[in-house]
Every structure is written in structure tokens, then in C-alpha cells.
Design a protein around this ligand. Structure first.
Ligand code: 2P0
Length: 325
């Protein structure tokens, strides 16, 4: 009863921001992401007879009690489904630079769901795996698939229609993760989105624009219209961050370096290089461009003092069980 899986991180172009059900992790809005090729989590799950409790080792270290509790809650969903009571040993390795601002919870829970389902004897479809991964961390449901992926929020109260679906496309965009010096501790995305839903008067405005953003960005993907894709993604990210300023207490994920990178991206556009930014729940900036401009974008952004490192990524594959299992 042992299995190993690998899942990549993803970056949202239309952001998931806000839950309508915190226990089942059901979102207020659809989101759309690209699964990346470079950063991933690899996880082995082994259900064993002689264990009294679940054990969770992250990067070779025994995880904190809080992390183990979260994992146990998640494994209880798997155990209930599989009709087993065995405790598990989990070994997880994050190949995600911790400060790069890529959510390792997305790759983490996508890999855990895939490995735990297999190890428990369940034979789940991709859709079922996406529903399962979602219950660990919302963005993880998108990492089950590769390339462009949409998380459909669904309408049902039990979450049975809230899962990710792949969007057929082999468009090879470049996603550059621009890493800045981490200055202060952020409001965790889970807390940040909750506070925004509950207190920000701008939240309704955010929700009102999602449908159009989604329709337009899907059109852009179909037509390989990079200008349109970038414009929608940049605008969507700015709207998400605007909601945080209206929250009570207010918060902002940006630092001065964040704005410097945003300005530089605009300068690149003025100089004729199509590049657009998106930002998640942290100060780092992800810059989108087409592969032929990668080098110029990299060189230009590297010159900024605030920039520590730039990781260039491309669309990658969905979660997989490792061979031999
Ligand atoms: C996203 N983020 O769509 C958005 C944009 C952050 C900003 O998904 O509470 O770690 O575990 O469901 O998935 C980060 O949120 O949150 C996230 P939970 P998650 O990528």
C-alpha cells in the first residue's frame, strides 16, 4: 500500500480569490492557470499496519504538529473513501524554491492526492483526483492537469462539480518568476482571501468581472493572441490586489521592488517587447512573454537592484504516478 507521485506547481492568470465554503474549499469564482515545468513536489505515501499516527516528513524533516494535523485531515478523506483505517507515512520533497513565491501547496496536495489515492487502493479518475486535491488546497486541483487549466467553481453544496478541466493548447509561453528580497511576513493567502471576502467593499467588483475575463482569456488562448492574454492576466491580477486594500484591516502584498518590476515590464512594452506581469499572494512578480523575448526580458529585469533571481519556466505536465508502481 505504497505509491509515489509527482506534481508541478501552477500560476494563475485568472486568480482564485475567495471561498464560499472553507471546509470543502469551494471557490467564489472560476480560475485559470498554467501548470509549470520546473517546480514540483514528489511524495510517497505508505499505509502501514504498525503505525499509531500519521507521520509526515517534509524535505527529510519531521513536520510540525500543525502540518501533520492538516495532512491527517486530508488522509481521513482518502481513508473514508477507500474504507481503510491504516495510518500512513508520508515523505514529501519540495523542488520549489521556498522564496520564489510559487505556492508549494498546489504541487504538494496534487502529489499527495495522487499518491494517497493509489496507495489506498482507490482507482480515481483525473476529475475525482482534482476534487480530492482541491480539499487539501484549492489551487492544487489545477495541478492535476498540465498546460492551461480551468478550475470550474461549480454550484453544488457538496463540491462534486468543483474541479479543474484542461484547456487543449500546446502554446509554449514563457513565465519568468522574478524573485525579490523577502522583507516582511505576508498575510497567508488563506487568511488574506477570507478577510477580503468578509470585509472588502471591492470584493463584489472583483467577482463581477470574472466571467468576462475568463471568456476573453480563453479566446486569447484559442487564437494565440498574446497581447490579449497578457492584458487580461495583468488586469485580473491588479483587480485581485486592489481588493486587499479595501479589506479591514487592509493589507498589500507588494513591496517597492514589486512596483519597480511592474514599471519595468511596462517600459519593455513601450520599447516593443510584449511582456505582462501577474502577482500572487506575495511580493514576487511573474512575467509572461513569448519564448523569443525571454533573453531580453531576463537581461532587462536582472538589472534591477531589487531583483535577486529570475527563474524561467514553461508549461509543464500534470500530476503523475511514478513508474514501477
Ligand atoms: C491562485 N492563490 O489562483 C491564487 C492567487 C493566491 C493568489 O491559489 O486556502 O494555497 O489552500 O485553498 O490554493 C493560493 O491559495 O489556498 C492561491 P487554499 P491556496 O493561484
Amino acid at each position: 500500500m505504497k505509491a509515489t507521485a509527482r506534481a508541478n506547481t501552477n500560476i494563475a492568470l485568472i486568480k482564485y480569490w475567495g471561498k464560499r465554503n472553507e471546509t470543502l474549499i469551494l471557490p467564489m469564482n472560476n480560475s485559470l492557470s498554467i501548470t509549470l515545468d520546473k517546480f514540483y513536489t514528489e511524495t510517497t505515501v505508505s499505509f502501514e499496519e504498525n503505525l499509531q499516527e500519521d507521520q509526515f516528513f517534509l524535505n527529510g524533516q519531521l513536520a510540525s504538529e500543525m502540518e501533520i494535523k492538516k495532512i491527517t485531515n486530508f488522509l481521513n478523506i482518502v481513508r473514508n473513501k477507500a474504507g481503510i483505517t491504516l495510518k500512513a507515512r508520508i515523505d514529501s520533497t519540495n523542488h520549489v524554491p521556498t522564496a520564489a513565491g510559487f505556492a508549494s501547496s498546489a504541487s504538494g496536495y496534487a502529489a499527495l492526492a495522487t499518491a494517497a489515492a493509489k496507495a489506498s487502493g482507490l482507482n480515481l479518475s483525473k476529475k475525482e483526483l482534482s476534487i480530492l486535491a482541491r480539499q487539501g488546497s484549492g489551487s492544487a486541483c489545477r495541478s492535476i492537469y498540465g498546460g492551461f487549466v480551468e478550475w470550474q467553481k461549480g454550484e453544488m453544496e457538496d463540491g462534486s462539480d468543483s474541479y479543474a478541466v484542461p484547456i487543449a493548447s500546446d502554446w509554449k509561453l514563457s513565465i519568468m518568476s522574478v524573485m525579490l528580497e523577502q522583507k516582511q511576513k505576508e498575510v497567508l493567502s488563506r487568511e488574506g482571501m477570507k478577510r477580503t471576502v468578509e470585509t472588502s467593499p471591492f470584493y463584489a467588483g472583483w467577482l463581477a468581472t470574472i466571467e468576462d475575463d475568463l471568456a476573453n482569456i480563453k479566446q486569447a488562448i484559442t487564437n494565440r493572441d498574446f497581447e490579449l492574454l497578457g492584458t487580461i492576466a495583468e488586469n485580473n491580477a491588479l483587480k485581485m490586489h486592489a481588493t486587499t486594500l479595501g479589506a479591514n484591516p487592509p493589507f498589500l502584498y507588494w513591496q517597492s521592488g514589486t512596483i519597480e518590476v511592474m514599471e519595468k515590464v511596462k517600459e519593455l512594452r513601450i520599447s516593443g517587447i510584449p511582456a505582462f506581469f501577474t502577482i500572487d499572494a506575495g511580493p514576487n512578480v511573474k512575467v509572461l512573454c513569448e519564448p523569443q523575448y525571454e533573453e531580453q526580458v531576463y537581461q532587462t529585469l536582472s538589472q534591477l537592484d531589487a531583483v535577486q533571481e529570475i527563474f524561467t519556466c514553461h508549461p509543464g505536465s500534470g500530476a503523475i504516478l511514478k513508474e514501477g508502481i
